[in-house]
Ligand binder design. Structure first.
Ligand code: OGA
Ligand code: MN
Length: 216
């Protein structure tokens, strides 16, 4: 358990963390933070995800008629549960409070004009993946920043696969960067700029929260 004192101190570490995220985004269009959420928050969020997953609250990430479903499943195999903020439990409240602090900071220091946020839990069972894509579906260009927070526990092994691969445009051509879904790690990137994919999960189940910060 974190003492009040540690929590209070962590408040003073937030600004440097947010500053680094902004610096990273402006230089390289993405940012990786390994301690955005502490172990306690990650555990609470994972437990909440698992409770909902076992309660059958998750759905295939996209549905359609039989034909479409085939097409979609070949693109994306995860199961998701959108998090209604009105029904946020204690775990989700911690999550949204922290994301809210980031949004306030982004709007205050970069005038990003973030007005909305939407997040879902995601489970990638063994064998699933998400092919290369850009996070701008349904002609919706309001998504500015994509945020992914990984929720597995310490037993997650890089050999399990499920890397997030970001395709970074470079002067000598594209660079594919693999990011492992380590517990507590948060990856933020520009939704309309960086194509990315989730590599197949070879073992275990991959847990995360994914969402978007949106402008009007
Ligand atoms: C997505 C996505 C990445 C990840 O849900 O759009 O790209 O690492 N997720 O889970
Ligand atoms: Mn995506």
């Amino acid at each position: 358990m974190l003492s009040g004192k540690v929590l209070e101190q962590s408040g003073f570490r937030e600004e440097p963390l947010f500053e680094r995220i902004i610096e990273d985004l402006s230089v390289q269009r993405y940012s990786i933070s390994d301690h955005f959420f502490n172990d306690q928050a990650v555990t609470l969020l994972r437990d909440s995800l698992l409770e909902k997953y076992e309660d059958d609250k998750f759905r295939k990430s996209a549905i359609g008629d039989h034909f479409n479903e085939q097409v979609i499943k070949s693109v994306r195999g995860d199961f998701i549960h959108w998090i209604p903020e009105g029904q946020a439990g204690p775990a989700e409240q911690i999550f949204f409070d922290r994301i809210g602090e980031l949004i306030t900071y982004l709007n205050r220091t970069c005038f990003m004009g973030i007005l909305e946020r939407e997040f879902h839990y995601a489970v990638y069972p063994k064998g699933t993946f998400y092919l290369r894509h850009l996070d701008t579906f349904r002609n919706d260009d309001r998504r500015k920043l994509s945020i992914v927070c990984y929720l597995n526990d310490d037993s997650w092994d890089p050999a399990n696969g499920g890397e997030l691969t970001l395709y970074l445009p470079g002067e000598d051509g594209e660079v594919a960067m693999d990011i492992y879904p380590l517990p507590g790690r948060v990856v933020i990137f520009e939704s309309q700029v960086l194509e990315h994919e989730v590599k197949p999960v070879k073992a275990g189940e991959r847990y995360s929260i994914t969402g978007w910060l949106k402008t009007r």
